[in-house]
Design a protein. Sequence first.
Lengths: 228, 228, 228, 228
Amino acid sequence: MANKAILKTRKEPTTTASGAPDQRSRRSEQSQHQILAAAEVEFTNKGLAGARVDEIAEQSGVNKQMIYYYYGSKEDLYLTVLERAYAGMRKSESELNLKGLPPLDAIRKLVEFKFDYYIKNPAMVRLLAGENMLNAQYLKKSSRLREMQVSLIDVLQSVLSAGEKQKVFRKGIDPVQLYFSIASLSYFYFANAPTLSTAFGRNLAEPKEQKARIAHAVDLILTYVRKT
Amino acid sequence: MANKAILKTRKEPTTTASGAPDQRSRRSEQSQHQILAAAEVEFTNKGLAGARVDEIAEQSGVNKQMIYYYYGSKEDLYLTVLERAYAGMRKSESELNLKGLPPLDAIRKLVEFKFDYYIKNPAMVRLLAGENMLNAQYLKKSSRLREMQVSLIDVLQSVLSAGEKQKVFRKGIDPVQLYFSIASLSYFYFANAPTLSTAFGRNLAEPKEQKARIAHAVDLILTYVRKT
Amino acid sequence: MANKAILKTRKEPTTTASGAPDQRSRRSEQSQHQILAAAEVEFTNKGLAGARVDEIAEQSGVNKQMIYYYYGSKEDLYLTVLERAYAGMRKSESELNLKGLPPLDAIRKLVEFKFDYYIKNPAMVRLLAGENMLNAQYLKKSSRLREMQVSLIDVLQSVLSAGEKQKVFRKGIDPVQLYFSIASLSYFYFANAPTLSTAFGRNLAEPKEQKARIAHAVDLILTYVRKT
Amino acid sequence: MANKAILKTRKEPTTTASGAPDQRSRRSEQSQHQILAAAEVEFTNKGLAGARVDEIAEQSGVNKQMIYYYYGSKEDLYLTVLERAYAGMRKSESELNLKGLPPLDAIRKLVEFKFDYYIKNPAMVRLLAGENMLNAQYLKKSSRLREMQVSLIDVLQSVLSAGEKQKVFRKGIDPVQLYFSIASLSYFYFANAPTLSTAFGRNLAEPKEQKARIAHAVDLILTYVRKT
DNA sequence: TATGAATGAGCTTTCATTCAT
DNA sequence: CATGAATGAAAGCTCATTCAT
């Protein structure tokens, strides 16, 4: 538990040391970074229950005890990995700048961005899947995670309003429902690639398959929002 | 491993005993059924790695050894649970009878069915999520699972052709892409309900939310297929 | 434990039913025989600790419970196998009829018999090895086994006396020591064949190797007893 | 399996640390040594199948997990015990220095050495017996064991040649056959002491019995090699 | 900070034995 | 006599965590 560890010995990870870090903290930062990198791989591949602390230690090249020194427990380490993954995604979303685009282009870009993000960050899909298997209990537990806004809804609302005003979009589109749909189309493809590839005898990881899928999704969404 | 167990002493589960089962086999069947029921709950809630054989034994009210007697190993039991879940879903799909309906109604029914199935069989979503985390390795391993056809594609193809002929559907819709989209919309909603509910501060498990979601999904898909 | 079982439900094995056995006892006898045959193989191959009751049941084609019905416990079954093996060997020894032969021929025959017996009854060697690993505890426990005389010592004594009288043997040969030596030469070769074959890169199970070995042993022993 | 463990996390036992071992490795070495000592007793007394890891842990006074930490598995631990026992015996054999002795003395010394070694290393006999029950499978598996030469054959060959040249030995003695005979006489006596003591009502472990036995064996072998 | 060693609870699985029919 | 089902103790092994330096 995160709480337990904090009450005991958990060192605040030296993520953003103000001023110039000396040699010691630089080495420390490197260790922490290596642990996180290995942990992300391990948790991503095997989930929280399936992940092994020994494996993370070995893969990171760092002594096992250091994991406890820096992160307190396996669960806390998992939480840190999860927080960073969410933070990275939120950051990318916030850098999208859809508002400046023509509404149709904005929607297209959003759909493509969603697919793109999972292609470039496959860990995210699996971390989400794992966290959902755990009923989002770590997401709920983390104050840092709870603070992260899903800013896209507001942006989407703006885009929809603009599109409506410009008479290119139909009226009354619920931004949350639309966002869910866009999220569904992108997430599902990557999260279920293993079973789908097996059941359909196609390799969904191939770029060609991915492009066709994205094109279809864009088509589907744009057809929906467009004023007929 | 299924193979290992079969090579040893695994009893063939008495699924379909020809003729009237006597008292003994009836009790045996009951034990097997109780094990399966408890196993489904456990694997669904915690995944393969997180599931505990002890817990399955306790919840099923059956001696732990019986699990090994009937199913050989934890992995084999998981595989059996997975096979049954898939079989149940395929069976439901095969009973859909979409071909007799007007094309638009058929598509609507298919979308609603997908949502409905997950509402009534929440285990399926989580088993799929878990199996995808394991890269579909058990799906690949099982010959029974590999044989199960995804019959819906053919049906969907027929419906699309009919709709096209009747000039109610647009031309050139890829049935697989459309099926993926329908599957995405339904699966995502349930698989990601925990994180979505947390992040959006809404309880997606509420019937009202579900109905709104289904309506949106139907709208999205029908708008797409309809000839404009 | 044999004692425990006898106090409870152990059926006296129907080994020698006086008069004509009816159908029931014939089937019973067959079951018992099949169990014993499979048990001998299992205990011979794996020793008492390594043997599996399940395996004996499967190999014998008899229900596992029958093993307990007839023999009480795994240990009792082992004891029965051991007793029968010893009895068979003692019987063969008693049928040797060395006394009628010229002393030198008698000794030669004894040596050859010892080798021969292990060739034809390889189980005996391994049962002896196993029982020695257990510090002969079952041999000690069994009254039937304790009663079995090693009649060969008396015979050997007679042969040595005769040889001495006929001036073909040296004087003062200790029959027990000589017997031990003969037993050593034969037993060792078979009991240690696996490690010897491996360490020396020769296959001691080959007839040619065996014949050479027997010839040497005969030579060794006869050279010893002969009057010079 | 040795391989499996090595592929995983088995620590290389710190047998010969170059340089001065610090306190930490000294404690580690002690733990490893205690485990080995207890394991030798357990495997010697009960064989591989009968031995209990719990018992080894308890007798060694070391946490059970340490056994897996240092040796990987029960089988690997057994293999290590076996390797060490063989290595010790081969080392003693190599230190015999028979070549400098008069041929008859050399043979006598060899016979006495064989008996002596088993008297001083009773574990060896039982480990050999156990390994033979397992068809020498660990002996075969171990590359270290396969490399250990049975140097005595060469030495024996030299001695026999010298004896022949000096006209004290008969011609044409096969060194391997002679070695087998010497090995038989010594091994059998100790390996079968439990059953022999029981069957003959004598306690073969008594020094007096042992001395008489050795004298007989020496007599037997020397009579054989001597030129008449 | 860093490391190897150690711990104890708990995990999956095995096995001899017994029950109930 | 015979059978499949059931039992409980214990086996080998794993794993997150902590100790000691």
